[in-house]
Design a protein around this ligand. Structure first.
Ligand code: DX5
Ligand code: ZN
Length: 216
């Protein structure tokens, strides 16, 4: 089953409660929450208080993508703020193994994130501790960027690695997802697609989410 995770980075922040509340009606599966610290990535976004504030506005799982230096520092904050899934970048965390266990012990699903320049093998040793691996298909920091086509080979390689070990790890893809790139990612073995601008700039977000599933 394909899961669609709209990124609220592309929502109308002046009407955030309204947009968050609409996601379930539009057929979304998860809410993707992009946290940026101005260090690991150039941009700033939002943090735990906004996560707590939107928690009562939706029943969808909140998928927190930590684009911050030393992300495990913030794990306790997001566990408390109502996150369901927390992912940490391999490039930003010295103690990946410990960070992932901390997330699972807190009752959330855990995952690692790979930047476009990071090889898939960087996730290999921690794969048994991951419920998902997130492949960045743009350089993190901004919404609305163009999909990097080389990401497809990384998705396929990760799919082989997961299947060879008989694991059920989800493969999430983030950045530049539209109905065309969605199909390519799903064909390569992805199971979760993040989409910011495609969903929030669509005239009919419900129909866009349906299209992103590519009939699966
Ligand atoms: C990028 C973020 C993405 C972003 C995706 O740094 O991690 O989640 O919101 O936006 P689109 O779908 O517009 O590429
Ligand atoms: Zn993201």
């Amino acid at each position: 089953m394909v899961k669609i995770a709209p990124s609220i980075l592309a929502a109308d922040f002046g009407n955030l409660g309204r947009d968050v509340g609409a996601l379930a009606d539009w057929g979304a599966d998860w809410l993707h929450f992009d946290v940026m610290d101005g260090h690991f990535v150039p941009n700033l976004s939002f943090g735990p208080p906004i996560c707590s504030a939107i928690r009562p506005q939706t029943k969808l799982p909140i998928d927190v993508h930590l684009m911050v230096e030393e992300p495990s520092r913030f794990v306790p904050w997001f566990l408390k703020a109502g996150a369901d899934i927390i992912t940490i970048h391999v490039e930003a965390e010295k103690h990946l193994h410990r960070g992932l266990q901390q997330i699972r012990e807190g009752g959330c699903k855990a995952g690692v994130v790979l930047n476009p320049g990071t090889p898939v093998v960087a996730a290999k040793e921690v794969l048994p501790y991951c419920d998902l691996v997130l492949i960045m298909s743009v350089n993190p920091g901004y919404g609305g960027q163009k999909f990097i086509p080389e990401s497809l080979e990384k998705i396929a390689e990760l799919r082989r690695m997961i299947d060879e070990r008989g694991l059920a790890t989800d493969i999430e893809v983030d950045g530049g997802i539209n109905p065309e790139t969605a199909k390519l990612c799903l064909d390569a073995g992805a199971t979760v697609l993040v989409a910011g601008s495609a969903v929030f700039q669509a005239n009919d977000p419900k129909d866009m989410i349906r299209q992103l599933r590519c009939g699966r």
